[in-house]
Design a protein around this ligand. Structure first.
Ligand code: SF4
Ligand code: SF4
Length: 219
């Protein structure tokens, strides 16, 4: 006979094994929390803190926090969203964004969680199915996918047309620099064409971005 405890998840009562973690009770109650580092049975170290919930009013990482008798668990709310967004922004601030050449793109949990939490920090390339020499830039096209905020499922490159940046540019100069060095300069994309394309939607184009892309490298 498995020793169980009774807990409440968003008011729903569930029984789970005494050695279970809060995330197990959340899922048993039919709810879900965003996760990033958590891989059940493989990686349960609570390093990303994206899966935070409230247990008896206390913010804890659900993937590693043990259940306790009569625990009151809350999985959604403004406070939790703030915590999750802050933790994700911290992770993104140290993540070297190179989606255009990343083997995980089109199946990226960082992108999925960013979308769930409404965080804009990743480029259109992260959603683009074109890999390696399928990438339009390798054909000399002035695709702005590396510099543009994701969220459109790379609608245009998906149909063979270069991204012209209608969703706006990313604000991280490291991305401008890496994209310029690793793509625009490497594949000799015409600088004048890129500049003209950038001016389509980016009427307030920052001088630094224009300089990086047109002068090819360090701001
Ligand atoms: S085609 Fe454009 S959006 Fe797709 S990976 Fe290449 S640069 Fe990025
Ligand atoms: S132009 Fe707009 S819709 Fe097309 S890929 Fe770029 S951001 Fe997405």
């Amino acid at each position: 006979m498995v020793d169980t405890v009774r807990v409440y998840v968003n008011g729903v009562q569930v029984e789970v094994p005494r050695n279970a973690f809060v995330i197990d009770a959340v899922e048993k109650a039919g709810f879900r929390v965003p996760v990033l580092c958590y891989l059940e049975g493989l990686f349960e170290e609570a390093t990303c803190r994206i899966c935070v919930v409230l247990v008896n009013g206390r913010v804890v990482p659900s993937c590693r926090f043990p259940v306790s008798e009569e625990a009151k668990i809350v999985t959604e709310g403004d406070e939790l969203t703030r915590y999750r967004r802050t933790n994700l922004e911290l992770l993104l601030s140290t993540h070297r964004v190179k989606c255009w050449s990343c083997i995980r793109k089109s199946n990226c949990s960082l992108l999925e969680v960013s979308k769930q939490l409404g965080i804009e920090g990743l480029p259109v390339c992260s959603e683009c199915p074109l890999i390696g020499d399928e990438c339009l830039i390798t054909k000399g096209e002035p695709c702005l996918g590396p510099l543009t905020v994701a969220g459109c499922s790379a609608e245009c490159p998906r149909y063979g047309a270069p991204c012209v940046g209608c969703r706006g540019y990313l604000s991280d100069p490291r991305i401008w620099e890496d994209a310029t060095v690793e793509l625009y300069r490497k594949y000799r994309v015409d600088v004048k064409e890129i500049e003209a394309t950038m001016k389509f939607f980016w009427s307030n184009l920052p001088e630094r971005l224009r300089e990086v892309v047109t002068k090819g490298g360090k701001p």
